[in-house]
Design a protein around this ligand. Structure first.
Ligand code: ADP
Ligand code: MG
Length: 712
């Protein structure tokens, strides 16, 4: 249960004064649905309204707060002309100017003969001083509150600064003063204020220097967030590790048979990773390991070897993929090898039903089948293994951190009382070290750093979209060209081409419209050889299209980014990415990785809409320069700043609101050590500091971790 002290912060934003349903919607899209989200919405700039000169001394082209006596209202004769109000003080005159003004309203807020305070930008027009549309108009007694430094917040269309600023102030008023969760000596050393003071100060910058992410205030807030993250991961890990694992030692007989059936040699990286995994599995403690490797680096085979050694030791192993397509693809890779090893293999997805499914379940329950591949369906209640010892999770970033945590926590059925299941997580994006820490905590990591031999570098080119016609002509030639992309032994044929359509918004519907339009125009030229796959299709239909692309009549596949995720069509040699400037670097790299998987020479065309911004230009440049996923990931982090990198919702990384790993990375290391120490001393957060830390976990919505603690 969330601590009561935090209730006001987790109320919907409509609880704030001046926030109705319409504003709430806008705030939600900008910051989030709860009051606390506004607390995290930090200012990105400021307006200094402290300049309050007499009119005679006032400098134009700056923001000023003036105390004026209101003079005559001059309504325009022509409605396109502005409404003017002549005002003065004892030193001079200034005109207030309003376009599209309502006379009643203006005479109410600026009644003739009264004294009013106005704040806004001064300008000179026709040799006279004027202020058009003052930001604030108030009575004399409001002078002090108007003459301040006003924070400026990131906005969204339809939401202006005034109502947002008011909502944020309302949110801050609701912020409680919780007990300190940080070590007081540490705070003192860093010169950090308490949380509430820090929050208030972060929203009340007095000058541009206060907006720096390295002020004590902002560092404190960032640290709190990072500590919540590290503590949550650490607690979950601690309580999982606490479960006894078991030593899984294979004798190599099945692996040897499968290896003999491989049409290639394992790379040194693959062997190394395999050895690390076996050693970990053989130990008594539970394995929680991340297998990190770029697209096409060959993680599946490594996972299979681990799975087979579990079977050698008399247990079972399962591999879970995030999508149906991927589960089937893994099956495709694994099936011939499992057969060579003589091990039963089952596929379980949401789609498999009826007798066949029941038979598969029975074979897993009896232990007749040692291996299972599937989607989430693998971990449904009805699925019982005789003795599952290893779960491989191929996440490709599709599972959120929370999902992964709950999954690992729930654990597959059938293992209770016999020691916890070893877990190997495979991830396709080479994640920079800092990010590994934020999303996986102290998980052990194996990395595949080399590509399988024989891969040819991908020829990457960037072209402006106005050369689309040339590109399509080029595609026509590639589609009809001879054998180059052909699968050895099969009849020669032309290239297989992916055509990825841009991310229009964060909405799947508009992505889809763009992809459908492109599909239509390409079909007009190439006819039935063009296919379309997108995220809204039913699984069966998606598979059918993918199969038709891999083996059948479709040669040109138009896709939304659904193909980003691990799909393997070895014959595909051309990748066209439309509006490449809209994709992130890591995403472009992932997409490009869909080609260049076979022996054929591959090309990636980045079609961009000019003129390119600096960041987009840099992304395309890096992509053309290197194919090293680890380097690309580091560059991506550097270019975008982790904030943005982590902001992409689908990425599966935690989103940080206050911490920016590009500048706060040293705090992350400290937070990790702090979390370790806390867990070593008080793993159930039962002591007084523990109680404060629980509030911290809830504050940053790391509730999943609290479930592991006893009630306290
Ligand atoms: P990913 O790491 O992206 O999951 P996969 O495991 O899907 O990569 O492997 C990509 C392709 O490379 C597969 O077709 C696989 O059979 C092949 N492959 C894996 N290891 C090697 C190797 N050592 N040499 C040649 N090809 C390999
Ligand atoms: Mg794969």
């Amino acid at each position: 249960m969330r601590p009561e002290i935090l209730f006001p912060l987790f109320a919907p934003v409509t609880a704030l004064p001046g926030v109705g349903p319409r504003t709430a919607k806008l705030i939600e899209s900008l910051a989030g649905p709860h009051v606390v989200d506004l607390c995290w919405h930090l200012p990105s700039g400021l307006i200094d309204r402290r300049y309050a000169p007499k009119i005679a001394d006032a400098e134009p082209d700056r923001v000023a707060t003036l105390t004026l006596r209101v003079g005559q209202h001059l309504a325009p004769r022509n409605p396109r002309q502005p409404y003017r109000i002549a005002c003065h003080d004892d030193t001079g005159e200034v005109t207030l100017v309003f376009f599209h003004a309502k006379a009643d309203y203006l005479s109410k807020i600026l009644p003739e003969g009264e004294v009013r305070v106005v704040s806004g930008r001064l300008e000179v027009f026709g040799g006279r001083l004027q202020m058009s549309h003052p930001d604030h108009i108030g009575r004399l007694e409001e002078l002090r509150s108007l003459k301040r430094v006003e924070p400026v917040y990131p906005l969204t269309a339809g939401l202006t600064l005034k109502p947002l600023g008011k909502a944020v102030r309302g949110a801050l008023e609701r912020a409680p003063a919780p007990a300190e969760w940080l070590d007081p000596a540490f705070c003192a050393r860093e010169g950090w204020p308490d949380w509430r003071t820090a929050l208030g100060a972060a929203h009340a910058p007095r000058g541009p220097e206060d907006l720096d992410p390295l002020t004590p205030t902002r560092r404190r807030l960032a640290y709190d967030e990072l500590l919540a993250n590290q503590l949550a991961l650490g607690l979950i890990r601690h309580h999982q590790r606490g479960q006894r694992g078991r030593a899984i030692r294979g004798d190599g007989r099945l692996c040897d048979r499968a290896m003999a059936a491989l049409p290639f040699q394992l790379t040194a990286s693959q062997r190394q990773a395999g050895a690390e995994i076996s050693a970990d599995m053989a130990s008594q403690s539970r394995m929680l390991r991340l297998l990190q490797g770029d697209v096409g680096s060959g993680k599946t085979v490594v996972a299979l070897m681990a799975m087979l050694s579990a079977v050698e030791a008399g247990f079972q192993a399962a591999l879970m993929a995030p999508t149906e397509i991927l589960a089937r693809q893994h099956l495709h890779t694994i099936a011939p090898l499992a057969e060579a090893a003589g091990v039963g293999l089952e596929l379980l997805t949401g789609r498999d039903k009826g007798k066949a499914r029941e038979a598969a379940l029975a074979r897993l329950e009896s232990g007749e089948s040692g291996l299972a591949v599937g989607t989430h369906a693998l971990f449904q209640k009805e699925v019982a293994f005789r003795d599952l010892a290893l779960a491989v999770i191929d996440e490709q970033h599709r599972f959120g951190v929370h999902q992964r945590l709950t999954l690992a926590a729930k654990g597959p059925q059938g293992a209770k009382g016999r020691g916890a299941v070893d877990v190997l997580v495979m991830t396709a994006t080479p994640i920079p070290r800092t990010l590994v820490l934020t999303s996986y905590g102290d998980m052990e990591v194996s990395r595949l750093t080399e590509k399988p031999a024989g891969r040819q570098p991908i020829d990457t080119r960037a072209l402006p979209l106005d050369r689309l016609d040339e590109v399509i002509d080029g595609i026509a030639r590639a589609l009809d060209a001879g054998a180059q992309g052909g699968v050895p032994g099969s009849a020669p044929r032309g290239a297989k081409v992916y055509w990825v359509c841009p991310l229009v918004e964060e909405s799947e519907a508009s992505d889809l419209a763009a992809a459908e339009a492109r599909h239509k125009s390409l079909s007009q030229r190439f006819g039935a050889r063009v296919g379309l796959v997108h995220g809204r299709m039913r699984g069966k239909d998606k598979d059918a299209v993918m199969a038709a692309f891999a083996e059948g009549p479709i040669d040109l596949l138009v896709a939304t980014t659904v193909i980003e995720v691990g799909v393997d069509v070895a014959a595909a040699t051309v990748m066209v990415i439309e509006h490449a400037e809209r994709f992130g670097l890591a995403q472009l790299h992932q997409l490009r990785g869909r080609v260049g998987r076979g022996a054929g020479k591959s090309t990636c065309l980045l079609l961009y809409q000019g003129p390119l911004g600096e960041a987009a230009r840099a992304r395309i440049h890096i992509l053309r320069e290197t194919d090293d996923g680890f380097r690309i990931a580091e560059e991506d982090l550097r270019l975008r700043g982790a904030g943005e990198l982590l902001g992409t919702r689908q990425s599966g990384f935690p989103e940080f609101r206050l911490a920016d790993l590009a500048v706060h990375d040293e705090l992350l290391a400290t937070a990790r050590d702090d979390a370790r120490l806390i867990i070593a001393k008080d793993p159930d957060l039962a002591g007084p500091r523990g109680a404060a830390l629980r509030v911290l976990l809830y504050l940053f919505e790391r509730d999943a971790a609290v479930k592991y603690l006893g009630s306290g």
